[in-house]
Design a protein around this ligand. Structure first.
Ligand code: SAH
Length: 259
């Protein structure tokens, strides 16, 4: 099963516009399986309008009478709730839930359940769920619009499936470079850097004041790749050349024979 097969279940949605907006939110994030439990009357012009191009997801939505029918065949069922309940179900944050759904979806069927606009999921409905998820919001106003809640969860599912390039690629997100250089290259760079800093009088070896340690921490954080390392080493070499040139000029001014 692919992540796109994760079933989004809406229990008794009462506003056709919300059902349409849910279809759109799902399609934006690559989800296709919408199951409606005892929904409002559909098709409906408002649902169609709010689907805004996701009519295929809307048209393929399956309507069933009960939550039990909607979750049939699922090995993992996750319920969503705006409220923390008196009875505590095992709970996850949206990102952790999406990661568990992504892992489970490889071998089994996964259902993500949303409650009715006014009442949310009942405790009996949450009893059917392995976990509950709450989207962290302002505690004074924590209930999101149904389609907005679907959007947040669908985004996390997509993120779990294909993490943003930056997360996968580490600090080098430009795509231009290669892997960070190895420790030997970093050591050579630090030796070169130290030598140049001494030559230009910035580092006093008698009083180093942890300068090299601070600089090493800085460059270790940035983990330069080979292109970036070539630039850094090139800068150091250019500094040395101009330093030597300046010394040569100073000497030749002091020694009129060299002209
Ligand atoms: N008054 C209801 C809110 C229903 S909102 C209640 O207090 O539960 C409709 C549905 O949107 C909820 O059942 C839930 O599935 C989802 N939802 C809304 N806000 C949410 C939040 N902060 N976290 C997770 N799901 C949320």
């Amino acid at each position: 099963m692919a992540l796109s097969d994760i079933r989004v279940i809406l229990v008794h949605p009462t506003h056709p516009g919300n059902v349409g907006a849910v279809a759109r939110a799902m399609k934006n994030m690559g989800l296709r399986q919408l199951v409606l439990v005892a929904p409002c009357a559909l098709p409906d012009p408002e649902a169609h309008a709010r689907a805004a191009g996701a009519d295929d997801v809307l048209a393929a939505a399956r309507s069933v009478a009960t939550l039990e029918q909607a979750i049939a065949g699922s090995s993992l069922v996750i319920g969503t709730s705006a409220r923390s309940r008196a009875i505590a179900w095992p709970s996850l944050d949206p990102r952790a839930a999406a990661e568990i759904m992504a892992a489970e979806s490889v071998q089994g069927e996964v259902a993500l359940v949303f409650g009715s606009e006014r009442t949310g999921l009942t405790n009996e409905q949450l009893d059917r769920c392995h976990y509950t998820v709450s989207i962290p919001a302002d505690p004074q106003f924590s209930s999101l619009n149904l389609a907005c809640a679907v959007q947040v969860m669908a985004y996390e599912i997509r993120r779990a499936d294909c993490p943003p390039e930056t997360a996968a690629a580490g600090p080098d997100s430009s795509g231009a470079g290669t892997h960070p250089v190895g420790s030997e290259d970093m050591e050579r760079f630090y030796a070169h850097l130290e030598q140049v800093l001494v030559e230009i009088g910035f580092l006093d070896q008698a009083n180093p004041r942890k300068l090299m340690r601070r600089l090493m921490r800085l460059f270790n954080r940035s983990r330069p790749d080979s292109n970036e390392m070539n630039i850094l080493r090139g800068i150091l070499t250019a500094v040395q050349q101009s330093q030597r040139h300046a010394q040569y000029l100073t000497k030749s001014v002091g020694n009129p024979k060299i002209s």
